[in-house]
Design a protein around this ligand. Structure first.
Ligand code: C5P
Length: 237
């Protein structure tokens, strides 16, 4: 079954500090987005990579990707992103050709995901799971609060401490049977889901977790860039 990767890359990356959109920032001398596209294009099942570009940057992203052509047998396509991740993913889905049966949604902000993780997610969908999410146990204990303090930085009363053994931190690529993911997006047009699998859960369709990978971490804050550079340097040795 042919698979496409949809890579939402339209976020501004404000938590990383001021500068270019996050996906266009460099990692080891190459934009983060190029790393993410390569990671997906190397996966066995992937025949198409759809990049969802920051508003106004579609042309720039197209020429950037032309400088880094995909391996033979893989096409790449750039569409314009939206206000939210959910809208950006929907625009990516709208651009898929008819023959695609499996969709892997992957954050541009996870540039170092190993190809084995991508292959494992795609294989689980191919084996019949409608929604597959790579995940890791959480290392921190997690507290629930009633509401974020306003303004941020103030004290926040705790309402619960969920059992850590039952919590998982989810990563991408999240893999879906195409029809299932499209149905989830048609049902929930409003909203700002940061996680496609959550939308599928609300349809009542089962979602399963498979083991994620430490190197699939999301580059969000400045310290994450330090870690990403170190991982890259270790790979290049
Ligand atoms: O903000 P967060 O780190 O959760 O973003 C995850 C991914 O979603 C990033 O790759 C980001 O570029 C993308 N995104 C998007 N469109 C938005 C917001 C985020 O494609 N409007």
């Amino acid at each position: 079954a042919p698979a496409a990767a949809v890579i939402p890359a339209a976020g501004r990356g404000l938590r990383l500090g001021p500068g270019a959109p996050k996906a266009l920032r460099q990692l080891g001398g190459t934009p983060m987005l190029v790393h993410a596209v390569r990671a997906m294009a190397r996966a066995r099942a992937v025949t198409l990579v759809v990049v969802v570009a920051p508003p106004g940057e579609a042309e720039a992203v197209r020429s950037l990707l032309d400088e880094h052509p995909p391996p033979p047998g893989v096409d790449q396509l750039v569409v314009q992103g939206g206000e939210t991740r959910q809208e950006s993913v929907r625009r990516g889905l709208d651009a898929l050709p008819d023959d695609i049966e499996i969709v892997l949604v992957h954050d541009a902000a996870r540039p170092l995901v190993p190809v084995d993780t991508v292959d494992a997610v795609a294989a689980a969908v191919r084996a019949g799971a409608p929604a597959v999410v790579p995940a890791l146990p959480v290392t921190d204990t997690v507290k629930q609060i009633a509401a974020p303090s306003e303004p941020p930085g103030g004290p926040e009363p705790v309402v619960a401490t969920p059992d850590r053994a039952l919590l998982r931190a989810v990563q991408t690529p999240q893999g879906f049977d195409r029809a299932t993911l499209v149905a989830a997006h048609q049902k929930h047009v409003e909203g700002d889901a940061t996680d496609c699998a959550g939308m599928v859960e609300r349809l009542g369709v089962p979602v399963v977790l498979v083991p994620g990978h430490e190197e699939a971490f999301k580059v969000t804050r400045p310290l994450d860039l330090v870690l990403a550079e170190a991982v890259l340097a270790r790979r290049r040795k």
